[in-house]
Design a protein around this ligand. Structure first.
Ligand SMILES: [Zn+2]
Length: 227
């Protein structure tokens, strides 16, 4: 069952207020249409009763794929408020554990801080990639291309459709204009070796040392390093 709640919403255009049912969590394993709505920007979309203005509410959302067995929790916030987001995430995990049957294994839950990250992480998970290894690859791409772009200005997003057995494909996105720019490729073979290292070395692997979690982001890591 998807979970919705009523929220007071103010129209950003005319300022009038109305109550709106918004999703707090969705299970796309049971209701695949909610995945489509999310990807098409139609989930938690609101039309103002007064002026007809349409807008989207980016609020906390638990995305659950019960067939695949993973979850992603989105808490739209800035990296500056990360500590709050992390403690709220821990609370969500505790709540999930308390309702899980004791014989059932807790699914993996990722934390993301924006809708763009949520959509990308859905593709990463659906393609069967390991989020930490993908972010580690991004870290390598950033550090090898600092003369071309900086993590402050550009986000790297996995382009799932262009990935194949030979290579992974990332697209460089301008953070301010949201424009998609260059494509960057990375050898699939190299990804596989990094994944093997992560599994072999566990906590000692570089990917785990850079990203102890729960928020795993090469861009955020590199920006923090600058401060
Ligand atoms: Zn309005």
């Amino acid at each position: 069952m998807p979970q919705t709640n009523s929220y007071p919403i103010r129209c950003p255009k005319c300022g009038s207020q109305q109550d709106e049912l918004l999703y707090d969590s969705i299970d796309v394993g049971k209701e695949p249409d909610l995945r489509r709505q999310l990807l098409e920007n139609k989930l938690n979309a609101v039309t103002c009763n007064e002026c007809g203005h349409q807008f989207r509410i980016d609020k906390n959302l638990l995305y659950h794929d019960s067939r695949a067995g993973w979850m992603i929790y989105m808490n739209p916030t800035s990296v500056e408020k990360y500590d709050e987001a992390e403690s709220e995430f821990r609370q969500v995990l505790d709540d999930l554990r308390s309702v899980m049957p004791s014989d059932q294994k807790m699914p993996e839950v990722d934390l993301v801080l924006s809708r763009i990250e949520l959509v990308e992480r859905i593709f990463v998970r659906e393609a069967g990639f390991h989020p930490k290894v993908i972010e580690y690859v991004k870290y390598l791409i950033y550090t090898q291309n600092l003369d071309q772009f900086l993590p402050e200005d550009k986000a790297l997003l996995l382009n799932g459709q262009e990935c194949n057995e030979e290579q992974l494909c990332f697209v460089v996105q301008d953070v301010n204009t949201h424009k998609l720019e260059t494509l960057m490729h990375y050898k699939r073979e190299a990804y596989d070796s990094l994944l093997e290292l992560l599994q072999q070395d566990g906590e000692l692997s570089l990917a785990n040392q850079l990203f102890p979690g729960p928020y795993v982001s090469a861009r955020a890591y590199l920006m923090q390093e600058d401060i």
